[in-house]
Design a protein around this ligand. Structure first.
Ligand code: ADP
Length: 425
């Protein structure tokens, strides 16, 4: 029996999932990250990954045929020629590179670079490219040979090859995922020698280094694949493969992803598309979501009040639930004020109003994606904390006017295990 391992490096910890040939989950293990000094972060990730693998029962480990890893998008490491990090990694949300963003904006204007989708994703203080340009201004850059994403570097620890990445991780590095090449303007930034070679996510890089295989109790012919990002991995977990199918993530915020035949990029609404084979995953994210519910209700109250909602009746309350002013998608207004008034006396009615309003924002989001050229919505799968609320599902079903289902699997590690399995097909 062949088994496949997916390793997910998320924001607070790492998880590993092993699946069999029928996509059945065999085992799942996890570890939280410890709080360590920035310079200790990369060694800590290595330690977490090795221990995580060793947490998998020995008999299962011995049958793993392929491994893929996902990491947080735009978490990057600057490494020397031996793959040793020269500085603390810059994490996905690290915005210290803001000054380099201003320089990049000026470069696009001065060099008269034609407006392209790649610019939309790199023009952010947290993009991989802006982080690399920030490093270029630091003294440590003189010794740098490779810029790697978190997933690339962790993969390197297993397969031993440097300078290899995938087109999901490289989207925010400026890679042109439609043409499958770095755009010509990148040459002028004089960073090309450090950039990784880009391959399709979930393709075999090579066999595991034998010493590592022996250390971790993995087969010596185990194949290590290119990885992906944590949010794409969570999408892959749903198993969605058909055009028009979507996954809504009802976590702290509301994230929509709709599988389409063509890519869409829209700077105003912060919409961009990831390549998925021959298809495109078009995504948008709103600041509304479960974090607002937490401001007003305990988890217990959510469980008790939700079943009391008359879900077939539309709530007349028109809110825009936010924890702080501003949203970008589907309403682009940085000063948009949270609206949760008027507040009815009955908490069931209030909760109904909040869930109804968030379902309206979700429906508006999908309408906007379709208006901008995404595929007509056929079916919506649901992930995140809010997926467990049947009343909300019923309300969303009414608002979205397509079947709303709960994803059987939502863990990024499971999605990455599927990616590892796909490398052998
Ligand atoms: P994230 O990873 O984005 O922090 P999760 O997917 O863990 O979020 O989901 C957490 C969110 O789910 C919380 O903001 C919470 O309000 C919401 N949530 C949890 N239980 C319920 C419920 N029964 N009904 C609606 N929302 C819920």
């Amino acid at each position: 029996m062949s088994l496949y391992l997916g390793i997910d490096f998320g924001t607070s910890g790492a998880r590993a999932a092993v699946i069999d040939q029928d996509m059945q989950l065999c085992v799942q293990v996890s570890r939280r990250f410890a709080s360590v000094e920035p310079r200790q972060q990369a060694p800590h990730w290595q330690d977490v990954m090795f221990r995580l693998i060793q947490q998998i029962p020995e008999d299962i480990r011995a049958k793993i045929q392929a491994i893929a890893i996902d990491g947080t998008s735009s978490t990057v490491l600057l490494c020397d020629g031996a793959g040793v990090p020269l500085d603390a990694p810059l994490l996905y949300n690290d915005a210290r590179a803001g000054a380099a963003l201003t320089d990049l904006q000026a470069f696009f204007t001065q060099a008269n670079v034609q407006d392209t989708p790649e610019q939309d994703v790199v023009l952010s203080a947290t993009s991989s490219l802006v982080k690399l340009l920030w490093w270029k201004q630091q003294s440590v850059y003189a010794q740098a040979r490779y810029l790697l994403h978190q997933a690339d570097w962790l993969g390197f620890l297993l397969h031993g090859q440097l300078g290899i990445s995938d087109y999901h991780n490289c989207l925010k590095l400026g890679y042109d995922v439609a043409q499958l090449e770095y755009p010509s303007w990148m040459a002028e930034l004089e960073v090309m020698p450090l950039l990784p070679q880009v391959r399709s996510p979930g393709t075999v890089v090579g066999k595991i280094v034998s010493a590592i295989a022996n250390q971790l109790g993995l087969p010596t012919d185990c194949q290590i694949c290119t990885g992906t990002t944590d949010s794409i991995a969570a999408f892959l977990a749903s198993g969605v493969t058909a055009i028009g199918e979507a996954v809504t993530s009802l976590g702290s915020t509301l994230v929509l992803k709709l599988l389409s035949a063509t890519p869409i990029t829209n700077r105003t609404y912060g919409i961009y598309s990831h390549r998925l084979g021959d298809l495109w995953l078009v995504g948008g994210a709103s600041n509304t979501g479960g974090a607002v519910l937490q401001q007003f209700f305990t988890p217990q109250e959510l469980l008790e009040l939700s079943p009391q909602i008359a879900v077939q009746q539309e709530s007349p309350l028109q809110y825009y639930p936010l924890t702080q002013p501003g949203d970008r998608f589907p309403v682009n207004d940085a000063s948009l004020l949270p609206c949760v008034e008027p507040r009815p006396k009955n908490p069931v009615d209030f909760l109904h109003g909040l869930l109804e309003s968030m379902a309206r924002i979700e429906a508006r989001g999908y309408q906007l994606l379709q208006k901008l050229g995404a595929a007509p919505l056929v079916r919506v799968y649901t992930a995140g904390g809010g997926a467990a609320n049947p009343a909300w599902t019923a309300i969303r079903n009414r608002q979205l006017q397509v079947p709303v289902l709960v994803s059987r699997h939502t863990e990024a590690a499971y999605g990455t295990a599927r990616l590892a399995k796909s490398s052998t097909e």
